[in-house]
Ligand binder design. Structure first.
Ligand SMILES: [Zn+2]
Length: 397
């Protein structure tokens, strides 16, 4: 009896050895066995290759990643233990630019930056399906405090949710400065989409800065602590797959109502257990991701800072003027929940010259001036409640 087991053992060993000879180690990237997130999740440094986004947002990797410095004049990176402050150099530059311009031109206190990507992109050990090719960035909606947070604080501090329930924003936290910040992010031509919770999108739609820029702002689950910026495939990334452009229009009326209808649907009594998602393997990712994984560690000299040369080279994007609001967008379909005051009018990013004061619609609630609505627990926000410049004109540098 025993010798049979011995034979079986040898047989398994032999098959294994042949497998290794043919296909490389079954544990290696070439064996297509190990979940790709294990391989990418443990790379501490970028691949020493020319920068390139490879594949699609939820199935790909990043060559030549750049690191967003953990501190900058107008940003602080959060959750440093995750080592996800990496991205395509274009993304890193854009985050720095948004931080700087929103601070200098709009008076935003600065950005708390959440996850970008891992040093070599790819699937992550926890969270996020996208963020794989270095073109996605999460920005907290909570403004940056004046002081530099310690590493420990950056792990511990929780982001503040901007919604009270799935249908309405929390005006204690949501300020007109948020509208300007998201509008500015959407104004950059390289930005493909911005994801935000439907209740926040609705607040943007109702704001006096509403305009065609809202087309890029797409409702999505979960994004009420942060907003998510997604860039288009940059030049020089032939292996990068763009998403279809967002549907035309601002997406303010019916599409939002559809989201709220979903939220209103009664939850099934017996919660349906979601099927565990299949882990991506190397074979699921573009071939070029093997080279990314195998490449030598890049010198961390790739670290980008807001270099003065770069500053003068980049002109702040012209902010698009708001569109006249369609009369019917919100009056035709009353919001599901007793409507709250529309977000406070005119403060940061005051109305553009073309924005005429809207007649108060029948049944609309009165708009409170911003300064009667201070946020006692967010002192750094109070400074925002003063009229800003007409909308930020690029300053010559
Ligand atoms: Zn996100």
């Amino acid at each position: 009896m025993r010798h049979r087991f011995v034979f079986l053992g040898w047989a398994i060993a032999a098959v294994f050895a042949v497998a290794v000879l043919i296909g490389g180690s079954p544990w290696s990237a070439h064996g297509a066995e190990i979940p790709a997130r294990q391989l990418f999740g443990h790379k501490a440094k970028a691949a020493a290759l020319q920068a390139g986004a490879i594949g699609s947002y939820a199935k790909g990797c990043l060559a030549g990643g750049a690191m967003l410095p953990v501190n900058g004049p107008a940003w602080q990176a959060m959750r440093l233990s995750r080592n996800r402050n990496w991205g395509h150099p274009r993304l890193v530059t854009l985050v720095q630019r948004l931080a700087r311009e929103s601070q200098e031109l709009d008076g935003w206190p600065g950005l708390l930056v959440g996850d970008l990507a891992q040093p070599r992109g790819g699937p992550m050990l926890t969270g996020h399906r996208s963020h794989q090719i270095g073109l996605d960035a999460d920005i907290w909606l909570m403004p940056m405090p004046k002081r530099t947070l310690s590493r420990a604080e950056r792990e511990k501090i929780s982001a503040i949710s901007m919604i009270k329930n799935p249908f309405s924003i929390n005006e204690k936290h949501w300020k007109p400065g948020h509208v300007t910040l998201i509008r500015r992010a959407a104004s950059y031509p390289e930005v493909a989409r911005i994801f935000i919770h439907p209740a926040i999108k609705q607040a943007l739609c109702k704001s006096d800065q509403a305009g065609s820029w809202l087309r890029k702002v797409r409702p999505w689950w979960g994004h009420h602590y942060h907003f998510h910026i997604r860039l288009k495939c940059p030049m020089g990334s032939p292996g990068c797959a763009n998403q279809d452009p967002p549907p035309s229009g601002t997406g303010c009326g019916k599409p939002l109502e559809d989201w709220f209808a979903r939220f209103r649907k009664p939850k099934p009594k017996k919660p349906v257990k979601p099927k565990p998602r299949r882990q991506l393997r190397m074979a699921d990712l573009p071939q070029a991701c093997r080279a990314v994984l195998a490449a030598a560690d890049a010198d961390t000299g790739v670290v980008l800072t807001a270099a003065p040369a770069e500053r003068s080279a980049v002109k702040p994007a012209a902010m698009p003027p708001p569109m006249p609001k369609p009369q019917t967008a919100h009056s035709a379909s009353p919001p599901p929940v007793p409507a709250k005051k529309p977000p406070v009018k005119a403060s940061v990013g005051a109305p553009l010259p073309s924005a005429k004061p809207k007649p108060v619609a029948r049944g609309a609630r009165r708009v409170a001036p911003a300064r009667t609505n201070p946020a006692p627990n967010l002192p750094w926000l109070n400074g925002l409640a003063t009229p800003g410049p007409p909308l930020p004109t690029p300053k010559p540098r």
